[in-house]
Design a protein around this ligand. Structure first.
Ligand code: MTE
Ligand code: HPA
Ligand code: MOS
Length: 765
């Protein structure tokens, strides 16, 4: 095999220079067409649940700069922007189910005019008491939003009963706001004959196309959605970019003028869904050798008022409640609770982080109760070749975690620091240190099997340059570059000759969202197949021209060569054109070998697992609850990396984002169901100064993904978000030093207040 020229190289993000100089074009940077209007959603300022008894919009309509006000009756066909269930009205009619639900939309000559006008609405809600928290929902007679679901083995009760050691506990796991830097935005431009072009900041252009077409009552083929890039999506634009695109398109349809809908940041935070918060309870039995004999868990998720993606998210939480551990007997139950809060949605990890945090909180509590080192307990319970079946029937086919953990244990000097920290804690009454080394296993594939497909479109021009398009979207994660590297490698040309182009539903149709970390796996394969189809045709002609066997040809270094003879790739492209050979192809890929039978709870939903581990050290002040992450070591398995610069960037960014989830980002809803933390002033996302001072990120020396993924690489988008679970566990470890054998009651996020509560639960410093 020829050595790889482009794959594996730490090439900078194709838009890096544009990002830092402000020259990258986001939807709001597209030059506005003359006559562009602006749409601002309107909602009741008071009330979360109830009937709309008054909706007087006369002052809104009369306000300067207002062109019209959109109401449900303006929608020509379907008033819905849900991904599947049909329970998310674009404009609510008759009643509202959460504070911030959109009732009308103002269309103005400027955004400012429309924003001012929206505030003039007089809306009255006949208020009913909202169901806000998980506890409210459990106590309320309101039925669950979705059916409960569980993986339960037959002998779980007996296994728990006969276990020599038993540990029980519970914890609250907070939600998280995506806080993409570019908020939700869409720009709709009417086309000839009732067509509509929608520029949308979306992870799912096909869903935008479909939602807008269904709303207007036109064929999908009449609507095109384009997305060049997002300034972050993080799951928040998988399903919930649709409402804003629909409102822009509705305004464009009603007025015949281009219309843009760009949410104000506070509105964005109130009106769009977040990571699901959970409450979890466990009852786990250990055998004499400290291996789990049986594990029983119940997870309660706050889903909000509508289904959105909650079923798949709660399922993924269940798929990850084992993290990396073998449970011979198990019960993993979930309830999907309906609350009068915004519909929670996808967020990096998609329920997986909540499942793994649960498992690790349990391991941490068990280690304290059993009086053993948490790392040794974790190592003892890892999946092995003999103990390798997950609660959902998939067998673990690749066992690298033991090696990853052992390597990190050495490189992070875990054992030495464990002793040093014990000595430090013995010396210091107020300041306490904690340390935790935690493995992470994350399943790669959409668990809804049919979503695991992708398409691409590749053209080679007569000058040898290449146009690349595929169904994946770019949100900063480097997908476009990775797929371009695949195409450049296939043709043996420099990646600079591969033009990366915006995702458009009229180029590649019927796409899945870019999500589940599978963007590169799916689109990389589809693009490779498109490029290979063209390469095959080009090779036929090259073989003839050079008088060599086709199989002897090598495409590399911008040349096509065999037996000492060569042609430049550009010359060959020119020759193909002259010889009337097609230089364009689509490519299609569907992940092989995966299946999932939800009714029986058994199958092989994941193509493979991404693995990693992290070791975090923290310092806490038991008088104030302040916490500092003093050192982090990470070892992540990305298979054979396609681009180590991008991969390390994803690991660093994912880790810090996950640290935010677990340490500072706290969503506060009041009893009236209003989100009180709807701006960065009250909702603390990490900033540069929150990055751990001593941050050591390494890629595992992999021999390559065991399954046939693109160049044997592994997905990297979501898994690193779970790594800072070691930070949270280290905080527990630090607090636990206050009283041997007692488990601190720490909830997530471990804010200073939560740490103080945990310290108090131990009787103080
Ligand atoms: N990285 C950046 N910079 N911005 C993002 O919005 N989203 C994450 C992750 N990394 C995100 C990101 C999420 S939620 C997913 S599912 C993956 O990227 C999606 O992209 P991929 O499948 O190409 O990895
Ligand atoms: N992950 C991310 N997004 C999804 C999934 C999933 O498993 N299923 C549906 N949307
Ligand atoms: Mo990512 S939460 O799957 O968009």
């Amino acid at each position: 095999m020829k050595p790889l020229a482009t794959i594996g190289k730490p090439i900078a993000h194709d838009s890096a220079a544009l990002h830092v100089s402000g020259a990258a074009t986001y939807v709001d940077d597209i030059p506005e067409i003359e006559g562009t209007l602006h749409v601002v959603p309107g909602f009741a300022r008071d009330g979360a649940k109830g009937t709309i008894i008054k909706c007087d919009l006369s002052a809104v309509r009369a306000a300067p700069g207002v062109v019209c006000v959109l109401m449900p009756g303006d929608i020509p066909a379907r008033n819905d922007c849900s991904p599947a269930a049909g329970d998310d009205p674009i404009l609510a009619k008759g009643e509202i189910a959460f504070h911030g639900q959109v009732i009308f939309a103002v269309v103005g000559e400027t955004r400012e005019a429309a924003r001012r006008a929206a505030r003039l609405a007089v809306i009255e809600i006949e208020k009913q008491k909202p169901v806000v928290t998980v506890q409210d929902a459990l106590a309320s007679p309101v039925p669950d939003l979705l059916k409960p679901y569980a993986f339960t083995s037959k002998r779980i009760a007996a296994a728990l009963k006969s276990a020599p050691h038993r540990v029980k506990g519970s914890l609250k796991i907070g939600g998280q706001e995506q806080f993409y830097l570019e908020g939700q935005v869409a720009y709709a431009v009417p086309q000839e004959k009732g067509g509509m072009l929608v520029h949308s900041s979306t992870q799912h252009p096909t869903e935008i196309q479909h939602c807008v077409a269904a709303m207007l009552g036109v064929d999908d083929a009449k609507v095109t959605c384009e997305c060049r890039r997002m300034g972050g999506g993080f799951g928040g634009k998988e399903s919930q970019a649709a409402q804003w695109a629909a409102l822009a398109a509705l305004a464009a349809h009603v007025t015949g003028r281009p219309a843009k809908c760009r949410l104000d940041r506070d509105d964005d935070m109130m009106l769009t869904g977040k990571r699901h918060d959970f409450e979890a309870a466990f009852d786990v039995g250990f055998a004499k050798d400290l291996r789990v004999a049986g594990m029983s868990a119940d997870l309660f998720a706050r889903c909000g008022y509508s289904a959105d993606l909650s079923d798949a998210i709660c399922d993924r939480a269940m798929f990850h409640a084992d993290n990396a551990y073998f449970y011979p007997e198990y019960h993993i139950g979930t309830r999907r609770l309906k609350t009068n809060t915004v519909s929670n949605t996808a967020f990096r990890g998609f329920g997986g982080p909540q499942g793994v945090l649960f498992a690790e909180a349990m391991m941490q509590a068990a280690a304290i109760t059993l009086g053993c080192d948490a790392l040794s307990l974790r190592k003892k319970n890892l999946y092995t070749r003999a103990r390798n079946e997950t609660p959902y029937g998939q067998k673990i086919g690749e066992h690298v975690l033991a090696e990853i953990v052992a390597t990190l244990e050495k490189t992070s000097a875990y054992q030495r620091r464990r002793k040093e920290i014990a000595a430090f804690n013995a010396r210091n009454r107020i300041l306490k240190k904690g340390l935790a080394l935690v493995p992470v296993k994350f399943g790669i594939s959409f668990t809804f099997t049919q979503m695991n497909q992708a398409g691409a479109l590749v053209h080679v021009y007569g000058d040898g340059s290449v146009h690349l398009n595929h169904g994946g979207t770019e949100m900063g994660q480097g997908l476009y570059l990775k797929v371009a590297q695949v195409v450049a490698e296939t043709f043996g040309i420099d990646v600079g000759h591969v033009a990366i182009t915006a995702t458009r539903t009229d180029k590649v149709p019927n796409t899945s969202p870019t999500a589940a970390s599978s963007g590169t796996d799916l689109n990389g394969m589809a693009a490779q197949r498109a490029a290979l189809a063209i390469k095959e045709r080009m090779a036929e002609l090259a073989a003839k021209k050079l008088g060599v066997r086709k199989t002897a040809l090598v495409f590399a270094g911008g040349k096509v060569s065999a037996g000492g003879k060569s042609l430049s790739f550009a010359e060959l492209a020119t020759a193909c054109k002259a010889a009337r050979i097609s230089l364009s192809s689509t490519g299609y890929y569907a992940t092989p070998g995966i299946h999932w039978d939800r009714p029986s709870g058994k199958g092989h939903p994941f193509f493979y697992f991404a693995n990693g581990a992290s070791c975090s050290e923290v310092l806490i002040d038991t008088l104030t609850g302040e916490m500092k992450v003093t050192r982090v070591d990470i070892l992540q398995d990305v298979g054979l990396s396609l681009n180590s610069a991008i991969d390390i960037g994803q690991i660093e960014g994912g880790f810090v984002q996950g640290m935010g989830w677990l340490t500072t980002e706290e969503l506060v809803f009041d009893a009236e169901g209003r989100l009180r933390t709807h701006a960065p002033s009250t909702y603390k996302i990490p900033c540069a100064s929150d990055v751990p001072e001593d941050f050591r990120v390494a890629l595992f020396a992999s021999k390559g993904n065991k399954v046939d993924s693109i160049y044997r690489s592994k997905a990297v988008g979501e898994p690193p978000l779970l790594l800072p679970i070691s930070v949270w566990c280290a905080v527990v470890d630090a607090v636990a030093s206050l009283k041997p054998g007692v488990v601190p009651q720490l909830d997530a996020p471990a804010t200073p207040e939560a740490i103080m509560r945990a310290v108090k639960s131990m009787g103080g410093p």
